[in-house]
Design a protein around this ligand. Structure first.
Ligand code: G3P
Length: 216
């Protein structure tokens, strides 16, 4: 399973990349806005692409087909790691089809149902992003749709990769892995939580203290 970081924060990305297990990054307009706009959007995306040796999702903010196409082509020019994020709207699907045919990789975002995911795959999306946390928030089991999407894609051999998004805790990561989803994108906090277990800390403390008592 591939691990992506869901952030636009350069320090978080550098730290996660230093583990050697980071496969990509996803950003969205909210995450970019959270960075306070000290850098321009394109400059920020370029810097992220230089840190991460893998796909970096950057989202279009237009909602009409012509401007979405222009934006997608501009974003794709920034760096060869850039994957253009398109919302799952009617024009989002049209734009996905068009730019995918031009060789631009698209991550279709704001996906909340298997029927939406099927459309994204048919339009040639490289990635589809079901939002599990936001479904959980409204009392739907987000992971259920991930399981359905993975099954549907397998039935037809769609190459679209399932990128589990809106992840809130380490259990989401493990549950996503059990579905066979290709990728999970997680906030930095969740990435850091993956390594933690109190018994590991206690065990290490005991080993080190016992070692301290042995003759060397
Ligand atoms: O990047 C999209 C997604 O991961 C957002 O997550 O926590 O705002 O629902 P969240």
């Amino acid at each position: 399973m591939k691990f992506f970081l869901d952030t636009a924060n350069l320090d978080e990305i550098r730290d996660a990349a230093s583990y050697g297990v980071l496969d990509g990054v996803t950003t969205n307009p909210t995450l970019v806005a959270n960075e306070g706009g000290q850098r321009g959007f394109k400059e920020l995306v370029r810097e992220i692409c230089e840190i991460v040796n893998g796909p970096v999702s950057a989202e279009v903010i237009s909602t009409d087909i012509e401007r979405m196409l222009d934006e997608a082509r501009e974003l794709a020019q920034i760096h060869h790691h850039v994957v253009v994020k398109m919302p799952l709207t009617e024009d989002g699907i049209r734009a996905t089809k068009k730019v995918s045919e031009e060789g631009i990789k698209v991550n279709v975002t704001l996906v909340f149902s298997p029927s939406q995911a099927l459309l994204a795959a048919k339009a040639g999306a490289a990635y589809v992003s079901p939002f599990v946390g936001r479904l959980d928030d409204i009392s739907n089991i987000g992971m259920d749709i991930v399981r359905e999407i993975v099954g549907i894609y397998k039935n037809y051999g769609y190459p679209t990769e399932v990128l589990v998004a809106s992840v809130r805790h380490p259990v989401h990561v493990v549950e996503a892995a059990k579905t066979g989803a290709h990728i999970v994108t997680m906030p930095y906090k969740v990435f850091k939580q993956l390594v933690k277990h109190p018994l590991t800390d206690i065990g290490l403390e005991r080993f080190l203290s016992d070692w301290g008592k042995t003759k060397k």
